[in-house]
Design a protein around this ligand. Structure first.
Ligand SMILES: [Zn+2]
Ligand SMILES: [Zn+2]
Length: 363
């Protein structure tokens, strides 16, 4: 006997579940749904697979088991599920999932539902291949900075140089880096050939200033009797970085930018921009007065045409600063600045922000 009509499909049924016929109810209450993209790594050289933090494996079955154990990461189960069958098809970039269960609210017998999820393959190198290749590296470029960590910007410049190298003509893909290793205080890049290492250094030198120290070590003899050398190119970036205040011949400067062959500075005394060529002798004459992250912060309290009163966030003292340069002209009560004090003189270093509602209550 027919009691109801399904509003979705128009079928006549004995009774409705949640206002729908059982088929439509199932369709609207899937047992599984994909909540996240599934990404697996595949080694470019040996073809091994890895999912998440598991180990590398050559066996698709092992990969499958690993994915099954972590199914909750990418699947949402929407009912009483009693069985899950998973099949990974890396070549087709597909993961097939079959589940048996009953949607919540249904009084049915368990039934099967299928889901085909896209599989994303990320090409990389497995740990074993990296170790193997690192041993074969003919040249290593070590990127370091004198007495400090590399900045995020400098690390990005290394990545960009590697990208540019990968695109450069005349180099085969096999010559492009074997491994890029983040090490304490810097980055090591291992190359299979000396030529690739030198080309990388040349590209990087267009963006970043550094000294190069080259060393070579005899590591063996080739079958034809030639000596085999492992080359190390140590790149040393200056002790100062963008945003630091440096001292040169008694004057203080903010480092606004470091180019391949020049320094762009702000003379703090004159509040004027200046550019000086980067040479060995200039470099030796420079000392870091205050690192950017150690500058004092303050808020402008009031100002006249020539004087700015800033409250230091370090000790709440009220400091008087001469208003010089275009930066100072923009300052209004509530503006945030960074400061430097030397021998009783206060220098305005950077303008850090417009007055904000939370800070303006201070002024
Ligand atoms: Zn229906
Ligand atoms: Zn491998």
């Amino acid at each position: 006997m027919v009691h109801a009509v399904c509003p979705l499909c128009g079928r006549f049924v004995e009774s409705l579940v949640g206002g729908l016929c059982p088929q439509c109810y199932r369709a609207n209450h899937p047992l599984i749904q994909l909540k996240k993209e599934i990404v697996i790594q595949r080694c470019r050289i040996c073809g091994a697979y890895k999912y998440g933090d598991s180990g590398w494996t050559q066996e698709v079955e092992v990969l499958e088991e690993e994915i099954r154990r972590k199914a909750n990461r990418f699947l949402v189960f929407g009912g009483r599920v009693t069985e899950v069958v998973l099949r990974v098809r890396p070549e087709d970039r597909i993961l097939e999932v079959k589940v048996k269960g009953v949607a919540h609210g249904l009084e049915d017998e368990p039934y099967w539902e299928n889901l085909t999820a896209p599989l994303k393959l990320r090409e990389t190198l497995c740990d074993g291949c990296v170790r193997h290749l690192a041993k074969r590296a003919a040249a290593t470029v070590q990127v370091r900075a004198e007495g400090r960590e590399l900045t995020g910007e400098e690390r990005r410049a290394v990545q960009e140089a590697l990208t540019a190298l990968a695109k450069s003509k005349g180099l085969r893909t096999s010559q492009v880096p074997i491994e890029v290793e983040e090490v304490p205080h810097g980055v090591d890049v291992h190359f299979a050939t000396h030529a690739a290492a030198r080309e990388f250094v040349r590209i990087l030198s267009e963006k970043v200033f550094f000294d190069v120290l080259e060393t070579s070590k005899l590591v063996g003899i080739t079958r034809s009797g030639r000596e085999k050398h492992k080359q190390t190119l140590r790149l040393l970036l200056p002790k100062f970085k963008k945003g630091d205040v440096i001292e040169l011949k008694g004057n203080l400067y903010l480092v606004e930018d470091i180019r391949a062959s020049k320094l762009i500075l702000l003379d703090l005394e004159r509040a004027e921009k200046t550019t000086i060529p980067l040479t060995r002798s200039t470099l030796n004459a420079i000392s870091v007065h205050t690192a950017g992250e150690e500058l004092e912060h303050g808020v402008v309290i009031s100002r006249s045409e020539n004087l700015i009163y800033v409250m230091s966030m370090r000790d709440n003292s009220l400091l008087e600063v001469e208003a010089r340069g275009p930066k100072a002209a923009r300052l209004v009560p509530g503006s945030r600045v960074s400061l430097l004090r030397r021998e009783g003189i206060v220098y305005l270093v950077t303008f850090e922000g417009e007055p904000s509602s939370s800070r303006s209550s201070v002024g």
